[in-house]
Design a protein. Structure first.
Length: 318
């Protein structure tokens, strides 16, 4: 086993151990001993379901690595698209199976206790949506491993199995209620999917189809460069500003803008970039180049972040 795979495996094992400890702690608070027992059953079944995804990426990794080494951009995109479709469809199938087979699986493990069996059935059905996106996240992490970058793969795995799950498991039961602990993993998988697939998809799209793709795995998840996560982060920042504006009673509709408002050079620059969007879409369509849209989004995000850094938006008088 090479260093990349060891790094990825170790980070996953550490993350799973810590999350399991926290889950057991939270379950003792909200569901007592039966909750811990039900969680154990769910974990056993999950390992069986997840093995399907792991087997796929093990088989696909040599294909990804070969086409990356051969600079075969078209085939790499083809593998990516087909894998996303396959992982999505298999995720839907496994989710349906989990919902349908929950009573049977619960009975196999804890059929000796009807109350525990009912709790396990309910918990497994709430947990089932996790399988919708787990395959996509395992594929994203494995894709980076196939590109011989275990560090980035480990980071994605670490975010998915530890950071996002810790946040969900700690917050949801306290805010929403005890049952939310069962679908907190699904929420963590959803956030991981947006980060992992966003990084991969954007990196592929931002390169002009007529040019050779030079893939830098470290760059593709950088939160400060021409990457998918950087644009996602900017979007989240804008949504946060709008939410805080609403909370403070600050209107941000177009009708509330005064016609004689003085605009700074940066504000004018952002408005001009926004105004070019329809033309940029038409240009991308005519050239069959989604890279034009991807790079437009990056330029807009970059301009906004520079403006945000220099301007206290919510404290401005106008």
């Amino acid at each position: 086993m090479n260093q990349n795979k060891i790094l990825q495996k170790d980070s996953s094992n550490i993350s799973i151990s810590l999350v399991n400890m926290l889950y057991n702690f939270q379950l003792m608070n909200f569901a007592k001993e039966d909750g811990v027992a039900a969680y154990g059953v769910i974990m056993y079944v999950q390992f069986i379901f997840i093995a399907i995804y792991i087997g796929y990426i093990i088989g696909a990794a040599p294909i990804v690595g070969y086409n990356y080494g051969a600079a075969n951009r078209e085939e790499l995109q083809n593998v990516f698209k087909k894998s996303v479709i396959l992982m999505s469809s298999s995720g839907l199938i496994l989710t349906v199976l989990a919902l349908v087979l929950a009573p049977l699986l619960a009975h196999i493990f804890v059929g000796y206790d009807q109350e525990l069996c009912d709790l396990t059935t309910k918990a497994f059905r709430l947990f089932a949506p996790t399988f919708l996106l787990a395959g996509l996240n395992i594929f994203s992490s494995g894709f980076f491993t196939a590109l011989n970058n275990g560090l980035v793969s480990a980071i994605i795995s670490f975010l998915r199995t530890l950071v996002f799950q810790l946040i969900a498991v700690l917050l949801f039961p306290s805010i929403i209620g005890g049952d939310s602990i069962w679908w907190s993993v699904a929420v963590a998988e959803a956030v991981s999917t947006m980060v992992g697939l966003g990084a991969l998809k954007y990196f592929i799209l931002k390169v002009d189809p007529r040019k050779t793709m030079l893939f830098d795995p470290k760059e593709s998840i950088d939160f400060n460069g021409n990457t998918g996560p950087f644009i996602q982060y900017t979007h989240a920042r804008i949504k946060s500003i709008l939410r805080k504006a609403d909370e403070q009673g600050i209107s941000h509709s177009a009708a509330s803008v005064k016609a004689d408002s003085a605009l700074s050079a940066k504000e004018i620059r952002i408005i001009k970039i926004l105004n070019t969007f329809p033309a940029k879409v038409a240009e991308a369509g005519a050239a069959h180049s989604p890279a034009l849209i991807a790079n437009y989004a990056y330029e807009l995000a970059k301009e906004f972040n520079q403006y945000y850094h220099d301007t206290p938006i919510l404290r401005e008088e106008n």
